[in-house]
Design a protein. Structure first.
Length: 246
């Protein structure tokens, strides 16, 4: 599942918030998916030159300010490659929940820990392509594994629908061809698309429970039943027994 799936399955005349909407990607994608009925809003730290008709744009620096929309307002909230640019990503996720309707869905995409495996982009630097997490100087903090995003949702009492890496089998199969081709032709976009699609970037979707309104509290916890079945108890008994003997 991806953000296109959420736009397709959104309610008739549903509301969509694009966090980091500078190029109005979600509105364009909805039009391509034959969903002109959706009402689009967005927030960004700088104002675009032109704003599409009917689009509700708000200006805000999310490192300093909350998302400038009311609680429980949107059926779909999309934050694609935003959380890694913010100083308080955990708080930001709570803000995404706050503006999402109960029962609505949130899509977050960001560099995964696998982005640390790749070297910095080797050429065509003026196009600002990225393969390494460190290629973008505005990236802050740390990348997110799928499990870290899953746990972030659970800390906010939400049930994740899906978590994983954004991968492409086409990129994986054609990687030995695409990388030399990109280098020979000096096409940075091919190099970026092939490598990131082959290695994988983390994304996930979380549903805001229908009985959850506003901004839910953050609750860090460790599950008590992590190894509470018969096998877990047996293994722990064996390991702890050996440690005591030592």
């Amino acid at each position: 599942m991806n953000n296109a799936d959420l736009l397709t399955s959104a309610p008739v005349k549903g509301t969509v918030l694009d966090v980091g909407c500078f190029d109005f990607t979600q509105m364009k994608q909805a039009a391509g998916l034959n969903r002109p009925d959706l009402h689009h809003s967005g927030v960004d730290y700088s104002a675009p030159a032109t704003i599409p008709e009917g689009f509700d744009f708000r200006l805000a620096d999310l490192n300093k300010n909350p998302i400038p929309f009311a609680d429980d307002q949107f059926d779909v909230v999309v934050a694609s490659h935003i959380i890694e640019h913010l100083m308080q990503p955990v708080t930001f996720f709570g803000e995404c929940l706050r503006v999402c309707k109960p029962g609505g869905r949130i899509y977050v995409a960001c560099p995964s820990e696998r982005s640390l495996m790749l070297r910095g982009f080797p050429f065509d630097w003026d196009k600002f392509h990225s393969t390494s997490f460190f290629d973008d100087p505005t990236h802050l903090g740390r990348p997110f594994s799928p499990q870290s995003l899953w746990r972030l949702a659970r800390y906010y009492s939400c049930q994740p629908v899906e978590a994983g890496y954004q991968t492409s089998w086409t990129c994986r199969l054609l990687l030995p061809i695409l990388i030399p081709l990109a280098i020979i032709l000096r096409k940075g976009w091919i190099y970026e698309y092939a490598l990131t699609g082959a290695v994988g970037w983390a994304s996930y979707i979380v549903e805001k429970p229908k009985n959850l309104t506003g901004n839910p509290p953050f609750n860090y916890y460790i599950p008590s039943n992590r190894a509470n079945d018969w096998l877990g108890r047996l293994v722990k008994k064996i390991i702890l027994g050996r440690q005591e003997k030592k």
